[in-house]
Design a protein around this ligand. Sequence first.
Ligand SMILES: [Zn+2]
Length: 71
Amino acid sequence: MKQILCSNMGGPADCKVVLMAPTAEGMIDTGWKHLQEAHPEQAKNIMNNPKDVNDKWMSEFKVKFDSLEDE
Ligand SMILES: [Zn+2]
């Protein structure tokens, strides 16, 4: 299981909610659910601009995820 702060996934800089998932894909799901619940305005912006979550973002996120400590 790995952990990342919402703000490190692209959420608001002041959000200190810890998200946990065993895989990068699972973390993206978890982060997206949290974004919709806690930051619906930002989730709406992303849905209106799907280019913000593109292949480049995904590959950068996977590198970041791999660099996290395993808990
Ligand atoms: Zn958050």
